[in-house]
Write a protein that binds this ligand. Sequence first.
Ligand code: FE
Length: 229
Amino acid sequence: MSWQLSRRAALKLGAAAVASVWVRTPAAEAAPIALPPLPWEEGALAPVISAQTISFHYGKHHRTYVDNLNKLIAGTEFADLPLEAIVQRTYGKPNQTAIFNNAAQAWNHTFYWNSLHPKGGGKPSGKLLEQIERDFGSFDQFRTQLAQAAVGQFGSGWAWLVKNGNRLEVVATSNADTPLATGKKPLLTIDVWEHAYYLDYQNRRADYVNAVIEKLLHWEFAAAQFASA
Ligand code: FE
């Protein structure tokens, strides 16, 4: 929330009293969903993902979803809801597709940035690793399934590791769709829209996916999601 001095009050009271007359502005109410800062510097994921890709992906694509969402929800029943609730309440409602698409993309992207880390990759440990081995047979089989879901997603979308009830699963979603909307708990995601990799890998989606899995997946973040599931 931001606060701004009422112009009329300032004129009436003069400069000496400005500090005491603050009002909540309509502009502050019209922009309730924030674009969170990136969890690392734009160039921190290079060479797997370049600073240029992050700059466009975060600064243009992600920002546009957030800006569009704020325009769409201004003055509606969704204006004061948290982002997760907007995603869940608009999912599958044909007359709210635009709000869902922008809300889900805003949420998915923040989750994606948190799923990546400059010192990521490798394997998880502890209880998360145990359950991956139980549900997928081995960590390598999980890796293969995640890569297949990411590479095999036709067109734009996302590949996810989720907790569905008591089981871990790999799922792919199309366009803005998100497991958050269907009651699954996301643990990690990979964005496979072309804007996520085209500047660095052109059409070689598999090279991007394999490099992300090998070098960037943030297993500490996944473990924290798993522990709170
Ligand atoms: Fe994206």
